[in-house]
Design a protein around this ligand. Structure first.
Ligand SMILES: [Zn+2]
Length: 266
C-alpha cells in the first residue's frame, strides 16, 4: 500500500493523507493531511506532510504546472516536504521556525519500535528521519489572495494553535483549508507556542465570514468535514476556556472531550 492515501475532494482538489496513527499513537493523531489544488496556470500544495517519503513525485503524477507550497503553519508534521519545492509561502511570524531543525528524538524512538515497522513506508529509516529547513520565498501576513489561474485562495490569519497560523479559503466553492485550527480529533492547544484565547477569536472571525465556509479541509483526521464543525469547536473551546465542561489530566495536557473532537489545554 502506498504511504500517501490520495482522494479527490472536488474537481481539481486532492487530499493526501498519511496514516501516522497506525505507527505511533502517542501524538493522538491518526491522519496528517496535505492538499493539492490545481488551477489553470499553477497549483497550490497546502502543507507538505511528514516528509517520511517525498511528496513531490505524487504532486507531479497529478500536475506538471508550477507549484507553490502554502504552509498553514510551521509545525514539523506539516512541513516535511517543503525543501522539495522552490516556491514556499508561510506567515511571516513563522518564517524563522521553517529554518529550524525540530527535536524529533521522541518520534524517532517510537517509530523505531518493532510494532511500528509494518505501518511505515518501505525503506523508511526512523533513525535517519529529519525535517529539513527551508527558506520561505513568500511571506504572508493574511489578507493576500493567491491566484492559481481560474482559482483563487484567500489567506486568512488565524493565530492561536501557533503564532502565524493561516487558513486558506476559496470563496467560489466555500472550501476552507483549516490547518490545525479546526479538525475532528484531539486539538493541540497545550504547547508553549499556543494561545487558545486567540484561536477562539480567530474561529469567531471565520464563522462571521460572508460567504461562509461550506466544507473544511483540516490538517488532521477526517476530511472533508462539514462547516458545522467550526461552530462546534468555537463553542467547545470557549467552554473549556471559561472553565465550563469537564476535563481530565492526561500525559499531553488537560483534556476536554466534546464527542467528535477534544481540546488539550496546558
Ligand atoms: Zn499538526
Amino acid at each position: 500500500m502506498d504511504w500517501f492515501r490520495v482522494s479527490p475532494v472536488v474537481e481539481g482538489v486532492y487530499r493526501f493523507a498519511e496514516p501516522l496513527g497506525l505507527a505511533d499513537r502517542s501524538w493522538e493523531v491518526s491522519w496528517v493531511n496535505s492538499y493539492l489544488m490545481v488551477g489553470c496556470e499553477r497549483a497550490a500544495l497546502i502543507d507538505t506532510g511528514l516528509g517520511f517519503v517525498p511528496i513531490r513525485p505524487l504532486v507531479e503524477s497529478i500536475t506538471h504546472l508550477p507549484v507553490i507550497v502554502l504552509n498553514t503553519h510551521s509545525h514539523w508534521d506539516h512541513r516535511g516536504g517543503d525543501s522539495e519545492f522552490e516556491q514556499v509561502a508561510i506567515h511571516g511570524a513563522e518564517a524563522q521556525s521553517l529554518l529550524d531543525r525540530p527535536d524529533l528524538d521522541a518520534l524517532r524512538r517510537t517509530l523505531s519500535r518493532p510494532g511500528a515497522r509494518p505501518f511505515l513506508p518501505k525503506g523508511f529509516d526512523p533513525a535517519a528521519y529529519e525535517v529539513k529547513p527551508k527558506k520561505a520565498t513568500l511571506l504572508l501576513g493574511g489578507g493576500e489572495t493567491v491566484d492559481l489561474g481560474g482559482r483563487r485562495l484567500r489567506c486568512l490569519p488565524v493565530p492561536g494553535h501557533s503564532p502565524g497560523g493561516l487558513c486558506f479559503f476559496e470563496e467560489e466553492t466555500g472550501l476552507l483549508f483549516t490547518g490545525d485550527n479546526a479538525y475532528a480529533g484531539t486539538m493541540w492547544l497545550q504547547t508553549p507556542d499556543a494561545e487558545p484565547a486567540r484561536l477562539a477569536t480567530g474561529l469567531r472571525r471565520l464563522l462571521a465570514m460572508d460567504p461562509s465556509p461550506r466544507l473544511l479541509l483540516p490538517g488532521h483526521e477526517e476530511a472533508p468535514v462539514g462547516a458545522g464543525l467550526l461552530t462546534d469547536i468555537e463553542a467547545g473551546l470557549n467552554a473549556a476556556l471559561d472553565g465550563r465542561g469537564r476535563s481530565r489530566r492526561t500525559r499531553l495536557g488537560r483534556r476536554f472531550d466534546f464527542g467528535r473532537f477534544s481540546i488539550l489545554l496546558a
